[in-house]
Design a protein around this ligand. Structure first.
Ligand code: N01
Length: 491
């Protein structure tokens, strides 16, 4: 055994797990990270305007608040610096193995340990593995005909090429999700012309003032101020935003607010009609307006709603037969969010393959454990994304549960613990029932919340508080100990 526990990934989930391990006095672990630093998506996404639409007091760990900031929402550099600080403060850099891409994880029935193979051909043996690879870090670039013949520059928002000059160039932005909406105002500022290719409009809410006033800032700096504000925000998000994922009338007020904001922001009735969604709010990730509508109304910006047919060497052809020139094509086309853990190959007991178990869509007990995969846990696994609140907070809840599993395992002296199939099936029944009360299963909108087969794999269907409540129970109720002889028989 090289080490007792490996955390794969050094974003919010991996760093949070490592801090919890340290605090619990568990020191025999390493964090592997394919990049060259901590940060996860906040290291990978550096496009202009990249920021978080969730307030910093909520988009942070409960145990490590942002200090001294006047800004309500953190920008990408702030979040990256924050994660680096947390890693430094908790002395995690010594545990971090950067540029280490894990390509496969194989459970060995004979030894009861996991063998993690790295891209460079090394093997890391461990008792426990925690996958904290996140949901939004595998960029998706559609295979548009002619892409290989385009003579200009193309790249994905998550692989921003800072050396590329936008001044005086014709730019195509494909997609109108959060990334496109954040970067458009910045690109439109400098480019000669920008064409925004929209397939489906998003619901967009107005964004409150970005800076705290002096008084609020002073109040938040008082002892307990941060915690109080965070709690209030968390309850507010549950009360105001969570109903937006429900079917029925409860989301109507939010739609009215979004429509009123659109009326105020976009004067041209044709443009306004083109960006008005025709599906219930909450079906896709709701955006907050960072200047997107204002940028769309600029004379140098054109919204294109005709479907893209092909790229040519000089630009983009759409279905109406129009050719629009482009020097740069930016793919703001999102992520392969439903392909959890891919392209990592995970093999559990008896050589079972996780990709086969998940062929119909990823599925894990509480989003963190799968029957047949002992001593393996996920952070930000299936159906744990909170569309309406603090995702670092959701991860802390999962981390706390994983830690309790590990303590229970140590207490009973079992080499491994595994979630019971009946407990996982009961949770699945509850989840399916909860999902039917949301807008996601019934609406046929493309969205990263779903697997290609329509199965809703990513978002959590209730409030953050109910997630915390559900993960309060002792792991012994759902997990079972595994002993090596028993494993050999049952695999
Ligand atoms: O990706 P998206 P994103 N032809 O999947 C379009 C988080 N985030 O990178 O809607 C043409 O939302 C696609 O069209 P459609 C946040 O959780 C957070 O913007 O599928 N268009 C859509 O418009 C967010 O939800 C922050 O019809 C194509 C766009 O590409 C998540 O990341 C900031 C296409 C993809 O939108 C992903 O956001 C930034 C095709 N073939 C991001 N394929 C915060 O502030 C796709 N599209 C926290």
């Amino acid at each position: 055994m090289d080490v007792r526990l490996v955390v794969v990934g050094a974003g919010f989930g991996g760093i949070g797990m490592a801090v919890a391990l340290r605090r619990a006095g568990f020191d025999d672990f390493v964090i592997t990270e394919e990049g060259d630093d901590v940060g996860g998506v906040w290291r990978e996404n550096t496009y202009p305007g990249c920021a978080c639409d969730v307030p910093s007091h909520l988009y942070s760990f409960s145990f490590d608040p942002y200090r001294g900031t006047r800004s309500r929402y953190p920008g990408q550099p702030d979040i990256l610096a924050y994660l680096q600080q947390v890693a430094r403060r908790h002395d995690l850099y010594g545990r971090l193995r950067t540029r280490t891409r894990i390509v496969s994880a194989t459970y060995c029935d004979e030894t009861g340990c996991w063998e993690l193979a790295t891209e460079s051909g090394a093997t890391l043996r461990t008792e426990v593995v925690v996958f904290a690879t996140g949901q939004l870090h595998r960029p998706f670039t559609p295979d548009i005909p002619g892409l290989d013949r385009f003579a200009g520059v193309t790249f994905h928002t998550a692989r921003w090429r800072h050396g590329v000059e936008f001044d005086g160039r014709d730019v195509a932005v494909i997609g109108t999700g959060s990334s496109a909406a954040q970067l458009l105002p910045h690109v439109a500022e400098v480019a000669r012309g920008v064409r925004v290719y929209q397939r489906t409009p998003h619901w967009i809410l107005p964004k409150p003032a970005r800076e705290f006033g002096a008084l609020t800032h002073a109040a938040l700096s008082l002892p307990g101020g941060h915690r109080l504000y965070r709690t209030a925000l968390s309850h507010g998000a549950d009360a105001l935003l969570a109903p937006m994922m429900r079917r029925g009338w409860s989301a109507r007020p939010a739609e009215w607010v979004a429509r009123a904001h659109l009326r105020r922001s976009v004067q041209d009735p044709r443009l306004r009609a083109a960006v008005t969604p025709r599906y219930p709010i909450g079906t896709k990730r709701i955006l907050f307006d960072n200047g997107f509508y204002r940028a769309l109304a600029r004379p140098t910006v054109e919204l294109v709603t005709d479907p893209i047919v092909r790229l040519t060497p000089t630009g983009i052809d759409t279905a109406d037969g129009t050719h629009r020139p482009a020097d740069i094509v930016v793919f703001a086309t999102g992520f392969r969010a439903a392909d959890f853990l891919a392209p990592l190959t995970v093999r559990g007991r008896g050589g079972r393959l996780l990709a086969e178990d998940w062929a119909g869509g990823a599925d894990a007990f509480l989003g963190l454990a799968v029957p047949g995969y002992p001593n393996a846990f996920l952070i930000a696994g299936p159906n744990t994304f909170n569309p309406a609140g603090s995702n670092p907070g959701m991860k802390e809840i999962q981390i706390d549960y994983i830690l309790r599993c590990l303590r229970w395992r140590a207490q009973i002296g079992a080499p491994a613990v595994e979630v019971r199939a009946d407990a996982a099936a009961a949770y699945r029944r509850w989840l399916d029932e909860a999902l039917t009360r949301t807008v996601w299963p019934a609406t046929h909108q493309p969205s990263w919340y779903k697997h290609a087969n329509g199965c809703v794999t990513n978002p959590w269907p209730a409030s953050a508080r109910s997630f915390a409540r559900m993960l309060e129970h002792p792991p012994a109720q759902a997990f079972r100990p595994l002993y090596l002889a028993e494993e050999a028989q049952s695999s």
